[in-house]
Write a protein of this length. Structure first.
Length: 512
């Protein structure tokens, strides 16, 4: 499409903003900070718990406080980005995240730590959708969009493993507080760069009045859902509070959907999620994250508890997965997404990842890293990188510019909810299988060393059992991608960036 035609559609011409590639650096840096934080704190948790005198019963709140605020406020954050402007929301989110991180690093009590983590979640919920929606409205040329989302997808996928390495170094050689303080320079550099470099296309804001009932219902519904899964992990699926959280979540989210279908200016326009392609992407991404989050946890414990790896060595052990994700995202996904339909990248990508998982179902105490874990991690990384890249691009493609923030927030929401489900569901399956194995085999172990061996064997058996479920979940994600995602080449349709343009001239979804 010519530059004149693009301008007529309200979209920025590929050469319209020479700073957009510089802007991508700072957006990617902010995304890296958010993804790093998700894993880096887990490494530091034991040391922080001891220093601050947090009880075993309350330590989960270091993770849960963040998850509830982040997951519950994502849609609200995305709508605020549409209302205020993505650049302003992005810079404010970075500033708030940095301040909350500094507060966490300086925490002198458990309650101060919990408050800091909740604040991180609040500003993260503003930052994450603003970052993704900035990419959506700044990169409208097909090939440029492919490269930009390839870089973004690689960081989103591989940043967690990098967090394990960085968290291990900081905890072992400095102090757990630095796992919080390290966010400050990231945020300052990203915010300063974004302020001077980002030029958000004009006319893409949604200036409609804020949908307060939608904000309240969606926030309470998502908080109830995330807390329900978090509670299930620690207290069981039959726990009264767990069940009540799930019931409350279902009621609140159904009420939210009814409200959104009736109000004039909804928080989440139903057109964003009822689109066949976007709905399929949100669902398949959420399922894929369910499998991935459980795997990160199991492999971390397997390497440290069973194999005796240090935190730093464990982080380095994940590097092949990071390399696979970067390769899949930038060399496979980015190169092919303008040539083949998204489902022919997402579906096979999830299947390749499932194959990597399948190798890990054969884990034993003496499994070799080089012959079993290494190829499994490479396949997982390649598959996820290849699938995530076109998914993130297509999830924000063709949406009305005023909806870019909430469409981006839905990507983050599917990942956040998927992570909560994956951690709780797969942990429960693993724990149940471990308990059953130990009770069946401990009777034949008389000496203490034999009993310890049985416990380790039970732990590995639990992991492999849960990973079988992860294989099935990834296979289901592949089926959904093949079935629902029927759009043509991602990036083949420009993203309009002028407010109201699509009301008169909709962007078509090219069927394959």
């Amino acid at each position: 499409m010519s530059e004149t035609a693009l301008k007529a559609r309200g979209a920025a011409a590929p050469s319209g903003d020479t700073n957009r590639w510089k802007a991508l650096v700072f957006i990617a840096l902010a995304q890296l900070m958010v993804v790093l934080d998700a894993t880096i704190v887990n490494i530091a948790l034991p040391s922080a718990q001891q220093d601050l005198g947090i009880s075993d019963g309350n330590r989960q709140w270091v993770v849960t406080a963040y998850a509830l605020a982040f997951g519950g406020l994502l849609l609200f954050g995305g709508r605020i980005a549409d209302l205020w402007g993505r650049k302003r929301a992005f810079v404010l989110g970075l500033a708030g995240f940095a301040a909350a991180s500094a507060l966490g690093g300086a925490a002198t009590s458990g309650s101060m730590m919990f408050g800091a983590r909740a604040l991180q979640g609040v500003f993260g919920a503003l930052l994450a959708p603003a970052a993704l929606s900035l990419l959506a409205v700044m990169f409208t040329d097909a090939k440029e969009r492919a490269k930009a989302f390839g870089i973004y997808g690689a960081i989103a996928g591989g940043g967690g493993a990098v967090g394990l390495i960085l968290g291990g170094f900081l905890t072992e050689y400095l102090d757990w507080r630095w796992t919080f303080f390290v966010n400050v320079p990231f945020a300052v550099v990203a915010a300063a760069g974004a302020y001077f470099v980002i030029r958000e296309p004009e006319g893409g804001r949604n200036r409609s009045a804020l949908d307060i009932p939608g904000v309240v219902l969606s926030t309470l519904g998502l908080v109830s859902l995330v807390y329900g899964f978090t509670r299930a992990e620690s207290d069981g699926w039959g726990d009264a509070v767990t069940v009540s959280m799930f019931v409350a979540s279902a009621v609140l989210l159904v009420a939210f959907a009814l409200v959104e279908s009736r109000v004039k200016a909804p928080l989440l326009p139903l057109r964003v999620v009822t689109d066949r392609n976007r709905g399929g992407i949100y669902l398949s991404l959420g399922l894929a994250i369910i499998g991935m989050f459980g795997l990160f946890l199991f492999l971390t414990y397997y390497l440290q508890v069973v194999k005796g790896y240090s935190p730093v060595k464990t982080g380095f052990a994940f590097l092949p997965m990071v390399a696979g994700m970067i390769t899949g995202s930038t060399q496979i996904g980015a190169r092919l997404m303008t040539r083949v339909p998204a489902r022919f990248l997402m579906g096979p990508g999830f299947l390749v990842a499932a194959l990597g998982m399948l190798i890990l179902t054969q884990l034993e105490i003496g499994s070799s890293y080089a012959t079993q874990l290494l190829p499994a991690m490479l396949l997982l990384g390649l598959g996820m990188g290849t699938a995530f890249m076109p998914a993130m691009s297509l999830a924000t493609q063709g949406v009305q510019p005023r909806d870019a923030g909430v469409a981006s927030a839905m990507v983050n929401t599917s990942q956040q909810v998927g992570g909560a489900i994956g951690t709780a569901l797969l942990n429960t399956i693993a724990a149940s299988a471990t308990t059953s194995y130990i009770s069946d085999h401990i009777g034949g172990a008389a000496a203490r060393p034999q009993q310890e061996l049985v416990k380790l064997q039970g732990m590995v058996h639990g992991y492999s059992t849960a990973i079988w479920f992860a294989v099935g979940i990834l296979a289901l994600a592949s089926v959904i991608a093949f079935t629902f995602v029927n759009a043509g080449r991602p990036g083949s349709t420009p993203v309009a960036s002028g407010e109201g343009v699509e009301d008169e001239l909709p962007v078509p979804v090219v069927a394959h």
